[in-house]
Design a protein around this ligand. Structure first.
Ligand SMILES: [Zn+2]
Ligand SMILES: [Zn+2]
Length: 140
């Protein structure tokens, strides 16, 4: 089976075109190279051109503001980043579960929508649902 990893995601490409810099391109290339969410440290390690951490963090925040990337604060206290739009799969619901694997230390976005209810007069601004366990790659 042939798998084309260079398939460009149209929506990412269009939004990126607004003002693309080598730094933005490098960070986005790292994020789209995996189906998993990456910690800032992992992103810094994967980028080969010399960009300082502060710049990478600023770019990640910008991507979050543009809704290209979402931030996951895991139960281990670290921040992880994942692209919102994936070319080869359906778009994720806004509120979805995240799965943290204790074996390979990765975080994955699950396509499962989060359903919940809150008492009257409570307004939910953010949802952070982390499931912890063993992922399908580590479990099989
Ligand atoms: Zn795993
Ligand atoms: Zn996610």
């Amino acid at each position: 089976m042939q798998h084309n990893r260079n398939n460009n995601c149209d929506k990412v490409a269009i939004t990126m075109k607004r003002r693309t810099t080598p730094t933005k391109e490098a960070v986005m290339a790292v994020l789209t190279s995996t189906t998993k969410a990456l910690s800032q440290d992992a992103i810094v390690q994967k980028i080969e051109i010399g960009i300082d951490r502060a710049t990478i963090y600023r770019v990640l925040n910008q991507f979050c503001d543009d809704n290209l990337v979402h931030r996951i604060v895991a139960d281990d206290g670290k921040q992880y980043f994942a692209v919102c739009i994936k070319c080869d799969q359906q778009q994720l619901p806004d509120n979805h579960f995240h799965f943290r694997c204790t074996s390979c230390q990765s975080i994955e976005c699950l396509p499962s929508m989060v359903h919940f209810s809150v008492p009257v007069n409570y307004q939910v601004e953010r949802v952070n649902c982390i499931l912890v366990g063993v992922c399908k790659e580590c479990g099989s």
